[in-house]
Design a protein around this ligand. Structure first.
Ligand SMILES: *[C@@H]1O[C@H](CO)[C@@H](O)[C@H](O)[C@H]1NC(C)=O
Ligand SMILES: *[C@@H]1O[C@H](CO)[C@@H](O)[C@H](O)[C@H]1NC(C)=O
Ligand SMILES: *[C@@H]1O[C@H](CO)[C@@H](O)[C@H](O)[C@H]1NC(C)=O
Ligand SMILES: *[C@@H]1O[C@H](CO)[C@@H](O)[C@H](O)[C@H]1NC(C)=O
Ligand SMILES: *[C@@H]1O[C@H](CO)[C@@H](O)[C@H](O)[C@H]1NC(C)=O
Length: 201
């Protein structure tokens, strides 16, 4: 009898411990993943798989690119309800940014932890020139997106990110290789800072 009730106590204990663990350890983890999820991240590899020759820029340029859009959340999906707008530009001098091409990604849904790859090209509408006073062509890529978390009453968040990609005019070598993380724009972008109405951390 004693053994039996001890066994029962152990089971009850184990049940209590696992309930306690579930409630006090796992629940907060799940809740925090769910209630304060992360924003998606964006990175781009400009001129991926492309032999570029800057000194041949007497005609409009084709820009190949590979863009990665990552849902950083393992516990929640994302909707991108509006078209994602991407702008390719260059700086003729430090006080001006000139548009080269625009690109749009249609609205889509992105599952937990998924990465969307967009490999495509754009034709520029003009010929970029070197950044005044340097021997490099300074390109800029800007991206504007909106997204919603897949949970009840999630509002639209606006993401405005960008990055610079410089190419040595003499050697036609990119000065940064591989993917470049797109971040909140600095002084070098004409874009307005994002207006955030919902996300409070
Ligand atoms: C770029 O093209 C020019 C003219 O065709 C050529 O002289 C030059 O060697 C090329 N540069 C590179 C880095 O391929
Ligand atoms: C910058 O470049 C643009 C386009 O070439 C030109 O219109 C503008 O006057 C330049 N600004 C300065 C400060 O050099
Ligand atoms: C570049 O493209 C624009 C817009 O398509 C066109 O008007 C212009 O003539 C082109 N320029 C060259 C040098 O091909
Ligand atoms: C992208 O541009 C289109 C057309 O101007 C606009 O309707 C859409 O809202 C823009 N997307 C974002 C995320 O601002
Ligand atoms: C571009 O390449 C040339 C030749 O290698 C080099 O002398 C120059 O410093 C480079 N420019 C930049 C901005 O790195």
């Amino acid at each position: 009898m004693a053994t039996c009730s001890d066994f029962g106590t152990i089971i009850a204990c184990l049940c209590f411990v696992s309930f306690f663990l579930g409630l006090n350890v796992l629940m907060p983890v799940m809740l925090s993943l769910y209630s304060s999820p992360s924003w998606p991240s964006f990175s781009i590899d400009l001129f991926d798989n492309q032999a570029i020759n800057m000194t041949r820029f007497n005609e409009n340029l084709t820009i190949h690119f590979h863009l990665k859009l990552k849902n950083e959340n393992s516990a929640i999906g994302l909707h991108y309800p509006d078209p994602i707008n991407i702008t390719f530009s260059y700086f003729p001098n430090v006080s001006m940014m000139v548009n080269l091409a625009d690109y749009t990604i249609h609205s889509f849904y992105q599952g937990n932890g998924k990465t969307k790859h967009v490999r495509d090209l754009v034709e520029t509408i003009r010929v970029p020139t070197v950044l005044e006073g340097t021997d490099m062509v300074a390109f800029r890529v800007d991206l504007v997106a909106t997204f919603k978390y897949k949970k009840p009453s999630s509002k639209r968040h606006k993401v405005v990110v960008g990055c610079d990609v410089a190419v040595n005019y003499t050697t036609s070598q990119k000065m940064q290789t591989g993917f470049i993380g797109m971040t909140y724009p600095g002084y070098d972008s004409q874009l307005q800072p994002p207006v955030d109405d919902d996300y409070a951390g």
